[in-house]
Design a protein around this ligand. Structure first.
Ligand code: GDP
Ligand code: MG
Length: 778
């Protein structure tokens, strides 16, 4: 039978895993290997994907992929007796020098900066640890060539260090962009040490990556995180024995509570300084095994090539055995050598009775089992696990999952736009008004030049101030999104929504970028990099701009208040829904035309629900606020000054009495006719739309500067025109920053396509809306 036919609650042992290529490798890397026991936990509310329990963690895969996995049903193995391991005392720094082989005893010179890479699974606590280690000294940038956030920071209290937070990955296979990136970073930039963070409550899953990191033969320490949770639930780890097995320092820590950090840092600095590599990298278990012979034969054969290419030999060997073409190409082997390698692999397959990739995955998992059996006392069922199960009964339940999702998102948006964000906003607005009045009276008293006065009050204060008042809403929305993400709920959303999104040609994971897109398109587009399939990634990026971002809110707020005061809420919600509907239509068109392609497996871990850390959340909010403020005081500041200038002077640079005669009016007059059929052909409106390309927030500030008063605007626009304008603002080209991020992700051609495509869509949609509203009103 296949895994697909297994009933809920039943357990089976895996006989074989079908499929091929990188996608199959991913299934193996996630632990779906021959001989593993798997239990079906539940189906998603829409009946697909399914949730499985394997190696003690929860995974979700699609029914279609489950159909490729042959299993045999068994009785669930009796619960292992709880062994009592007395809590060992960790001897601390250097383990008496036992695992720190100081063969050379030649430390790196003090002038050398000790660079570290922080590597670990997703949700293992990387961000928390990184924030603990670096405090405020973080630098956020990009990895060259790809838009993946790169965070660097100096370890607190150690000046000559630099730690880089790498994206969370499960394996070093070239499956997702993250995995390739991490691998290239480690191989090319060669940090002085690796800090591998491991979730101690989920050891099997996490050590799988550790095995591959150790094969790199670079100085490394293992940070066993979440020890607080493990200990609290009567689990424990024999840290010293684990060190003996692995041959690297193992330091128990709790990143969120800040325990063990100091010791971890000392170890990390020590191994990096003395360049102490793992003493153990031969995981092929007993030396008689076929896989051992196979791997070592490969190692002998490619020794010189690996050295020449500068890639650790053991790592190369197991990657070749896995069938990793990327590494193979870097080695520049002769045809003869390639053929020999193929023969070795086939021989190993025959002897192990498994295909090569499974044989390697099996080797790793058996070594991990051995380590865990000897050193880890698993908590029977942790409080967190039980709590997660209870929460999931509702949050991913058959009948409750989808209503809960809608409820939670609705609540988050309602709190943001109606309660918390709105209250903070009116507070800030009051402050800005007060400040404006103050500046106005001071300048009047000081008899400041009229032009300067107008620049400050009509330009800067009304422009920048108008935008600034949206800071609270943006920060509040990001606050809720980061709570949902950090707590582990977003992974559930992907699980629930997968089937629906697949109908649109996307996968459940696309929900993350799309949801973030409601906050801001830029991080939304960036979040799409976690999607393993190129096709999903492209489609998600192209659809994200249709999720109305917070920067467009000022526009909606301004117009609904002026034109539809009685129906403000409905119009607002309507706009959001309209954007989503257009996105869905577009997705269906994409699916039927450009992006036909194969669906990819949806293999995802469902982490336990956890309380989000206050530090992480506040760090993120600070980053977002800073980013927004920077924009407000750079792009928008400059834009308002430029507009003020263009509308205050005419072509011969005289101050104009009426902005009709200004330079701006001349320029905008050229664009305006395009918008006449949409009911907003006024030059001031077309100006604000053009300026809106810089930053959507500045549409309103530009209108404020140009019209001076809402009455003036009401005089130039009809209700139908206002509706059309709102639709146009919703759909037309995303701002420069968003287009730039699309360009970085997909290249210039796609970025241009986004700009032009969305303008056309916006124009057509606005035209339709204009005509319809006119008809209704007549
Ligand atoms: P990342 O995905 O690897 O960056 O993981 P995060 O740093 O975002 O952490 C994932 C979740 O685990 C967050 O909700 C953290 O608050 C939580 N967490 C991190 N470290 C610890 C820890 O030592 N103990 C406990 N109980 N929770 C932790
Ligand atoms: Mg993180």
């Amino acid at each position: 039978m296949t895994l697909r036919e297994l009933k809920i609650g039943k357990t089976a042992v895996i006989l074989s895993v079908g499929g091929s290529g990188a996608l199959r490798q991913h299934l193996l890397d996630m632990g779906l290997i021959q001989g593993a026991e798997v239990t079906v936990v539940k189906y998603a509310p829409m009946g697909d994907p399914i949730e499985l329990k394997i190696h003690g963690y929860e995974l979700t895969i699609r029914l279609e992929d489950a159909g490729k996995i042959e299993v045999k049903e068994i009785q669930a193995s009796a619960k292992k007796k709880k062994r009592n391991i007395e809590k060992t005392i960790h001897p601390g720094y250097g383990e008496g020098g036992k695992y720190h082989e100081r063969r050379h005893e030649k430390p790196l010179p003090d002038s050398e900066i000790l660079t570290f890479a922080l590597v670990g699974n997703q949700n293992s606590g990387k961000t928390t640890l990184f924030n603990q280690l670096t405090g405020a000294s973080q630098h956020v940038g990009n990895f060259p060539g790809v838009t993946v956030d790169r965070k660097d920071g100096v370890i607190k209290g150690y000046k000559n260090t630099l730690i880089t937070d790498l994206p969370g990955i499960y394996s070093m296979s070239p499956y997702s962009r993250e995995e390739i990136l991490t691998r290239e970073f480690l191989l090319k930039e060669k940090p002085k040490g690796i800090i591998n963070i491991v979730d101690a409550t989920n050891m099997e899953r996490n050590l799988y990556l550790t095995m591959q990191l150790m094969e790199l033969n670079m100085p490394m320490v293992l940070a066993l995180n979440m020890m607080d949770e493990l200990l609290e639930n009567d689990g424990s780890v024999r840290v010293n024995e684990m060190e003996a097995f692995l041959g690297v320092p193992v330091v128990p820590i709790s990143a969120s509570k800040g325990e063990g950090i100091e010791e971890l840092v000392k170890h990390a600095i020590h191994v990096a300084k003395y360049q102490e590599c793992p003493t153990e990298i031969d995981f092929c278990d007993d030396t008689d095994s076929a896989i051992h012979r196979g791997l070592h034969t490969v190692m002998h054969l490619i020794d010189d090539h690996a050295r020449e290419a500068g890639i650790p030999i053991r790592f190369v060997a197991s990657k070749i055995m896995e069938g990793d073409g990327r590494i193979l190409r870097q080695l520049k082997l002769s045809r003869n050598e390639k053929e020999t390698l193929e023969h070795i692999a086939v021989q190993t397959e025959e002897e192990t009775k498994m295909d090569r990739a499974s044989a390697i995955a099996d080797m790793r998992f058996s070594f991990i089992n051995k380590v865990c059996e000897a050193t880890v006392v698993k908590p029977q069922e942790s409080k967190e696990r039980i709590r997660s199960k209870k929460m999931d009964r509702i949050l991913t339940g058959k009948y409750t999952g989808i209503p809960a999702f809608i409820g939670i998102m609705g609540l988050a948006f309602w709190l943001t736009f109606n309660v918390i964000g709105a209250a903070l906003q009116s507070l800030l607005e009051a402050g800005i008004t007060w400040l404006t009045a103050l500046a106005d009276s001071v300048m009047t008293a000081a008899r400041v030049n009229e032009a300067v006065h107008s620049l400050v009050i009509d330009g800067v204060f009304s422009g920048v101030g108008g935008v600034l008042s949206f800071l609270p809403i943006i920060v509040t929305l990001f606050f809720f999104l980061s709570l949902l993400e950090d707590s582990g709920y977003i992974a559930r959303v992907a699980f629930i929504m997968d089937k629906l999104l697949r109908k649109l040609g996307l996968s459940g994971r696309s929900i993350v970028p799309l949801l973030i897109g409601f906050g801001c398109t830029v991080p939304g587009v960036m979040a799409s990099r976690t999607l393993p399939s190129e096709r999903d990634r492209k489609m998600t990026i192209l659809l994200t701009p249709f999720m109305s971002c917070t920067a467009k809110l000022p526009i909606y707020a301004f117009f609904t208040e002026a034109f539809f005061p009685e129906h403000a809420a409905i119009v607002m919600i309507g706009l959001y829904v309209f954007g989503i509907v257009i996105g869905i239509l577009l997705a269906l068109i994409f699916k039927g035309t450009m992006f036909k392609g194969e669906p990819v497996p949806f293999v995802m871990e469902l982490p336990n629900y956890r309380m989000p850390g206050a530090k992480n959340v506040s760090q993120l909010l600070w980053e977002k606020a800073k980013d927004f403020l920077q924009r407000a005081f750079t792009i928008i500041f400059i834009a308002t000054i430029v507009i003020w200038f263009l509308q205050s002077f005419d072509l011969s640079l005289n101050l104009v009495a009426d902005s009709k005669d200004s330079i701006l009016a001349v320029i905008a007059g050229v664009v305006a006719p395009v918008f006449t059929p949409l009911g907003f052909g006024d030059w001031r409106i077309s100006t604000s739309l053009v300026i809106g390309f810089l930053a959507k927030e500045s549409v309103v500030s530009t209108l404020a500067v140009l019209f001076g008063s809402t009455e003036a605007l009401l005089g130039t626009l009809t209700t139908a025109g206002a509706a059309a304008l709102l639709i146009f603002c919703l759909l037309y080209t995303p701002c420069v920053a968003a287009v730039a991020s699309v360009k970085r992700e997909l290249g210039g051609k796609w970025a241009c396509a986004v700009v032009l495509g969305q303008c056309v869509i916006a124009w057509v949609a606005a035209f339709v809306v204009y005509s319809v509203v006119l008809m209704i009103l007549i």
